[in-house]
Design a protein around this ligand. Structure first.
Ligand code: GLU
Length: 289
C-alpha cells in the first residue's frame, strides 16, 4: 500500500506546479516546483502537474516537452496525468456564465492602447487599472470583439470581507486594488485568474506554492473562490531568487534556463536539494541563454 498520510484535521495534501509553456523554465520555476513537490511528498500527499496553455498564441508545444524533461532532471515526479488548461475551456465557460448570471461581469470593448491612454489610470501590480469605461454600457454589441471584466466594486460588496492563510499568517484580501480584472480575454476564452481558480478547486488542490510575484493575484483568486462557492486552499508564497547583487533572477536579467543548465551538464538533483533546503546560491546568474 502506498503511503497516503493525512495531516490530522486537514485532509490529504494536494499541491501542484502550473507553468505556462510560453518559454523555457527558469530557476524561479524550479523553486516553486521543488517546494510544492516537497510539501506534498512530506505529507504523503499528491503533486500535480498542470500546463497553463490557454494563451494559444504564446504557448508552444516544444516548451511542454521541455517542462517534463526539466522536472525529471530535477528528480520531481508527479501524480496522475498531466492536465492541460486548453482541454478544460468548458469549465471556465461554466464559471463565467455563473458570474454573468449574477451580473458580476461585463463585456469590455476597449483596446490596450485606449486603456493605456487613460492618463489618470493608477497602476496595479502589472497592468494599468482599468478605468471602467465599458461598465455602464446598457446594450452591448456582443458581435464586436470583447473581453469580460469583473465588476470589482459589485463583487467585493457581495462577497464581504475575505482572508486567506499564507505561510500560516492570515492575510486580509484586498482585491479592489486590482480593479476590474479580465476574466475572459478577447483572444482566449478565459484569463489566468479564472482558469487557475477553477482548476485549483476542481483538482482538489489544498496547498498552493508559488512565487511572491503572484501574491497580488491571490487577492483576486480569493474573491473568485467566494463568488463561485469554491474552497480556499492554503497559500505558501515563496521569495524570489536573487543573484549576488540582490537582483531578481529572471530571463530578462540573464538567468539561464533549466534546459541550458541541464544541457551544460549541471546536476539537477543537487540543484533541487539546495532549493529545498533554501541555500541555493546562483553562480550562473549572468550566463544566460
Ligand atoms: N501559470 C503561472 C505561471 O507560469 C503560474 C500559476 C500559479 O502558480 O498560480 O506564471
Amino acid at each position: 500500500m502506498t503511503a497516503q498520510a493525512v495531516i490530522p484535521g486537514q485532509g490529504r495534501v494536494v499541491t501542484r506546479f502550473a507553468p505556462s509553456p510560453t518559454g523555457r523554465l527558469h530557476l524561479g520555476h524550479a523553486m516553486s516546483a521543488v517546494l510544492a513537490h516537497e510539501l506534498a511528498r512530506r505529507a504523503g500527499g499528491r503533486f500535480l502537474l498542470r500546463i497553463e496553455d490557454i494563451d494559444l498564441a504564446r504557448c508552444r508545444e516544444e516548451h511542454v516537452a521541455g517542462i517534463s524533461a526539466d522536472l525529471e532532471w530535477l528528480g520531481l515526479d508527479w501524480d496522475g496525468a498531466v492536465v492541460r488548461q486548453s482541454s478544460r475551456l468548458h469549465l471556465y465557460a461554466v464559471a463565467l456564465d455563473r458570474l454573468k448570471a449574477q451580473a458580476l461581469v461585463y463585456p469590455c470593448f476597449c483596446t490596450r492602447a485606449e486603456i493605456a491612454a487613460s492618463a489618470s489610470a493608477p497602476h496595479g501590480s502589472d497592468a494599468p487599472i482599468y478605468p471602467g469605461t465599458c461598465r455602464a454600457i446598457h446594450d452591448p454589441d456582443l458581435t464586436r470583439p470583447h473581453c469580460w471584466r469583473l465588476d470589482m466594486a459589485r463583487a467585493v460588496a457581495l462577497a464581504g470581507p475575505l482572508s486567506w492563510s499564507d505561510n500560516g499568517t492570515t492575510i486580509a484580501a484586498d482585491p479592489a486594488a486590482q480593479g476590474d480584472v479580465v476574466l475572459a480575454r478577447k483572444d482566449a476564452p478565459s484569463s489566468y485568474h479564472l482558469a487557475v481558480t477553477v482548476d485549483d478547486a476542481d483538482q482538489g488542490v489544498t496547498d498552493i506554492v508559488r512565487g511572491v510575484d503572484l501574491f497580488a493575484a491571490t487577492h483576486v483568486h480569493r474573491l473568485l473562490q467566494a463568488l463561485l462557492g469554491l474552497p480556499t486552499p492554503r497559500y505558501h508564497h515563496h521569495p524570489l531568487l536573487t543573484d549576488e547583487r540582490g537582483e531578481r533572477l529572471a530571463k530578462r536579467t540573464g538567468a539561464p534556463s533549466l534546459t541550458a543548465m541541464r544541457e551544460a551538464g549541471e546536476d539537477g538533483l543537487a540543484l533541487a536539494a539546495a532549493l529545498a533546503r533554501g541555500d541555493y546560491r546562483p553562480k550562473t546568474a549572468l550566463r544566460g541563454r
